[in-house]
Design a binder for this molecule. Structure first.
Ligand SMILES: Cc1ncc(COP(=O)(O)O)c(C=O)c1O
Length: 442
């Protein structure tokens, strides 16, 4: 399986964005996240075009949680995307990257006062309120600033899409949002309407992540419009914006067929048009906020193969120089990945092995990977690691976070430096009383 601009070049090596992966590994070291800029930009453009031609009053946001740093914020700005930000840290990154925050939406199910203050003080366009506690908090903070803040309310429509249970988020039994069927959504709106410093502009839902079927998205669109009609009738409130979240799946393995941007838009907008007409509602601003489908297939992680261990008659473990600290998804969700040996991607596949990490856990990255003959020093490329890898990376076992390199047209540019050993120590503090017994403390 070759994705995006991946191809096998004249040297017989895996190339991404016109860059030979062996050269990338030599220059930047491994493990290394490689992000394919043309694929990221292409995905933004395909999504925006698919929605714009069917429903011109739409705005596409990038869910920054999938992969955020300052360079990606710049790309999203250039591509005319908005940003879905889920924390003060993500907001601060966008702010420092010069992203126009009027196109940003702040999410989260338990926002801290400082996060709301940061959003208010820097003109975040919309705050998506998850619950009544947040409403009261934002009302107080906005009033203290003499501001009226545009808000959306996050609802749980009661839809359980087919995906891993840890990433189902639209069912009634969830920590996110206010349930429609439980009456909490309508009550929440009533409460928000009493708050003079909040202006309710819209409704939001996000039903889950890595979803391959389109019926749940269409169902969410229909349910949310029906609820908007109910709100108009009950509260005389016009809903001007509808944010239907993200959640489209990507290709992790060759057998998977994720929906195209065109099919996604078609399903959602069919549902939307039908219900708007049925309930005689005016057009509203439609938002989507995908993360994974924008950056997932654009990312490849390069690892160097080290120890190869045979358990006779049972299994061969091929260990790489990273693992669950750079990709926790196999451990979290039993996520599956595909792989290529970057220095010989076309060599015949001769064996089934387990690709293991180097952490103090059974941090297998791929069970039953089909590989050619490999030896220590070969370069392994794990595909579709652009989403929820770098953003979920940790320093477990005091590993340093890998570098991220952006490739395009034969050019490779660092967009996140590899952490150093001293970076690992930079937040450690030895209290004075413990320094007395420390020969190394100067
Ligand atoms: C509120 C919200 N919006 C958007 C997304 C992005 O989802 P995905 O990366 O699956 O498109 C998420 C992630 O789960 C989310 O929680």
């Amino acid at each position: 399986m070759l994705l995006g601009t991946q191809r096998v070049n004249a040297r017989g090596h895996l190339e991404i964005g016109g860059c030979d992966t062996l050269d990338l590994a030599r220059e930047f070291g491994t493990p290394l996240y490689v992000m394919d800029e043309a694929t990221i930009r292409g995905n933004c453009r395909a999504l925006r075009a698919a929605y714009a031609k069917r429903y011109p009053t739409s705005l596409m946001l990038f869910a920054a949680k999938a992969f955020i740093n300052m360079a990606i914020c710049r790309i999203m700005d250039e591509e005319g995307m908005g940003l879905d930000l889920s924390s003060g840290g993500e907001l601060y990154t966008a702010l420092k990257a010069g992203f126009p925050l009027e196109r940003a939406y702040l999410h989260g199910n338990n926002k801290a006062p400082w996060e709301l203050e940061l959003a208010l003080d820097h003109g975040v366009g919309r705050i998506v309120l998850d619950n009544e506690r947040e409403m009261a908090l934002l009302q107080e903070l906005a009033a203290a600033r003499g501001r009226v803040q545009d808000v959306l309310l996050r609802l749980s429509p009661g839809i359980k899409p087919q995906t891993h249970s840890y990433i189902q988020t639209g069912q009634i039994d969830t920590k996110f949002g206010m349930g429609i069927s439980t009456g909490c959504a309508m009550n929440g709106l009533r409460t928000a309407l009493t708050m003079p410093n909040l202006r309710i502009v819209g409704l939001h839902c996000h039903i889950g992540s890595n979803i391959m079927g389109l019926d749940s998205f269409e169902m969410a669109a229909r349910m949310m419009i029906r609820f908007a009609a109910h709100v108009r009738d009950e509260l005389k409130l016009t809903i001007c914006e509808l944010d239907l979240g993200g959640g489209v799946g990507v290709r992790y393995t060759p057998d998977q067929e994720p929906p195209s941007a065109e099919d996604y838009a078609e399903a959602v907008i069919t549902g939307l048009h039908d219900e708007l007409a049925k309930y005689d509602l005016p057009p509203l601003l439609l938002l989507q906020e995908p993360g994974r489908s924008i950056v997932g297939e654009a990312g490849t992680t390069l690892y160097t193969i080290g120890t190869i261990k045979d358990v006779p008659g049972i299994r061969r473990y091929v260990s790489v120089d990273g693992g669950m600290s750079d990709n926790p998804r196999p451990a979290l969700y039993e996520a599956k990945y595909s792989t290529l040996v970057a220095n010989k991607p076309e060599a015949p596949l001769t064996q089934k092995v387990t690709i293991a990490g180097k952490h103090c856990e059974c941090d297998n990255l791929i069970f039953d990977a089909d590989l050619p003959d490999v030896a220590s020093g070969d370069l392994l490329a794990v595909q579709t690691t652009g989403a929820y890898n770098y953003s979920m990376a940790s320093n477990y076992n005091r590993f340093t976070k890998p570098a991220v390199v952006l490739v395009n047209d034969g050019q490779a540019e660092l967009i996140a430096a590899r952490e150093t050993l001293d970076d690992l120590l930079s937040h450690d503090v030895i209290p004075e009383r413990l320094q007395k017994s420390c020969a190394a403390c100067g």
